[in-house]
Design a protein around this ligand. Structure first.
Ligand SMILES: Cc1cc2nc3c(=O)[nH]c(=O)nc-3n(C[C@H](O)[C@H](O)[C@H](O)COP(=O)(O)OP(=O)(O)OC[C@H]3O[C@@H](n4cnc5c(N)ncnc54)[C@H](O)[C@@H]3O)c2cc1C
Length: 467
């Protein structure tokens, strides 16, 4: 009766995984996506380019080797945009190929163009050349993601005043930069440009940044960034940006005037729902273009689902993929679990941050007792070998049942290491497992055992006094 069992709008991580999961279940899957675009924000302008840029920065600046070879160590003295973007373009190209091949191997039909609803089962695809086709589907999954939010009062020109997409089009590495907004994207780019030797000023209207992270970890990050000549202006708001021939001046509400070659706005993101004509399907988005869903990613129209950034928090590639898979399974009538609430957060600043579970602040506010186990990389042989003297892993342990309540990592490999804690927590393990486990030596993973022993020693100390 319908052309497809599941039709997906958007080929970002959410859309891809939804389409492939549908095809794996033996159902007919189609993906509507702009011509010449595969992989969405994730592959083309977001996750993959930014993480590749970070890798290029780390390599070319020689930053991670300076502990060993001295503060003046560099792989290349004059790092150009070409050096940085060469690697980025290479990885984007490869990733696009991988995704194209996965979709075609699984016989997912690609429908080039922008999709919009005619009704809850019918989508019109406009291919940009004036040609429009209609396709029908039993289920439709909206995975159209977001674009950078652009305050109407700011005159973006793509070279002096930019959003995060503009980073990949910079013509040279600026010597000075203002980052407006200390969210994850803003602070990741601030740290990359600071590592390149650019003097970065971060302006954030709130008094803190990354409030959802461990306070000590954020303090450590700020210390490192200040050491790289980053200036923080917390509790300050940019009132206007004046554009000049050779740069811009950000005028703060407090009256301060900050000059810079480039001003990058990182002021949140807006759901890409405007072109969808949601009203034809009986749907609406909120003021930020977001669509509300239930725990199975169903919208209020039962055959229409929405996944990924378009549904809002946590707006990560990692979660979008799983949401896409679960939505497709639900649409295809497969038994599905609701998504685990135990999800890691990775922040690819320099140095990187990752955590899973609760923070000390959350536990304290909820009056849940915990003990802290700490391991510092400099006390690990591996930390010495790689020259990471600042890294730290922190375990939050329940003194009552010894379960792991949270794992917080700062430093080399944080975003990988966190998954050991995730596995223990997800399988209902306790700190005892980490105390008794033997880890490869010398590794950073060993930090789990050191931190577990530290937590256990503290718990034992209290137990002894209590006796
Ligand atoms: C700078 C930056 C760094 C990031 N770093 C990370 C990271 O390190 N880790 C992480 O997990 N996440 C990261 N993210 C977030 C991650 O990129 C997003 O969470 C992820 O891409 C969202 O996937 P999605 O499936 O919602 O769709 P998106 O990737 O947003 O793609 C949506 C797709 O839908 C298409 N589309 C839009 N409208 C229509 C329409 N009407 N018809 C058809 N197609 C349409 C678009 O062309 C686009 O290709 C980062 C994001 C940015 C911007």
């Amino acid at each position: 009766m319908y052309d497809f069992d599941v039709l997906v709008l958007g080929s970002g991580p959410g859309g891809q995984k939804a389409a492939i999961a549908t095809a794996k279940l033996g159902k007919r899957a189609g993906v509507v996506e702009r011509r010449d675009m595969v992989g969405g924000v994730c592959i083309n302008t977001g996750t993959i380019p930014s993480k590749t840029l970070r890798e290029a920065v780390l390599y070319l600046t020689g930053m991670s080797q300076r502990e060993m070879y001295g503060q003046s160590y560099r792989v290349k003295d004059d790092i150009t945009v070409t050096d940085l973007l060469m690697r980025t373009q290479h990885v984007i190209g490869r990733e696009v190929e991988v995704i194209r091949s996965q979709l075609s191997r699984n016989r997912v039909a690609m429908l080039p163009g922008l999709g919009s609803f005619l009704d809850a089962h019918t989508v019109e695809v406009s291919d940009g050349t004036g040609r429009e086709t209609r396709v029908t589907a039993e289920h439709i999954i909206i995975a159209t993601g977001t674009t950078p939010a652009r305050p109407a009062t700011v005159d973006f020109d793509g070279s002096t005043v930019i959003d995060s997409d503009g980073i990949l089009r910079l013509e040279r590495v600026p010597q000075t930069m203002i980052v407006v907004g200390a969210g994850v994207i803003g602070i990741e780019y601030a740290s990359m440009f600071a590592a390149l030797g650019c003097k970065v000023t971060v302006v954030e209207s709130r008094t803190r940044m990354l409030e959802f992270c461990d306070v000590e970890v954020v303090e450590a990050l700020k210390y490192h960034l200040r050491d790289l000549a980053v200036t923080f202006r917390f509790g300050e708001t940019v009132a206007a940006v004046e554009r000049h021939a050779r740069g811009a001046i950000a005028v703060l509400e407090s009256g301060k005037r900050i000059p810079a070659e480039v001003v990058m706005y990182s002021a949140g993101r807006q759901g890409q729902t405007e072109a969808l004509r949601l009203e034809n399907a009986g749907l609406a988005a909120d003021a930020r273009g977001r669509i509300a869903v239930d725990e199975y990613f169903r919208t209020q129209v039962p055959n229409v689902y929405a996944v990924g950034d378009v549904i809002g928090f946590p707006a990560l590639a990692a979660t979008s993929m799983e949401q896409g898979r679960l939505a497709a399974h639900h649409a295809c009538g497969e038994p599905v679990n609701v998504m685990s609430t135990l999800q890691p957060i990775g922040i690819y600043t320099i140095p990187e941050i990752s955590f899973i579970g609760r923070t000390e602040d959350e536990l304290t506010n909820e009056r849940i007792p915990f003990e802290v186990g700490i391991s510092r990389y400099r006390e690990l042989a591996r930390g010495q070998i790689i020259g990471d003297s600042y890294g730290v892993l922190k375990l939050l342990v329940s003194p009552e049942d010894r379960s792991l309540l949270g794992v917080h990592v700062f430093g080399t490999g944080a975003t990988e290491l966190v998954h050991i804690g995730q596995a223990v927590m997800g399988c209902g393990g306790t700190v005892d497992y980490l105390v008794h486990a033997v880890f490869n030596y010398p590794t950073l993973a060993e930090s789990y055992k050191v931190a577990a022993l530290d937590a256990m020693n503290k718990i034992r100390q209290i137990e002894r006094l209590d006796d």
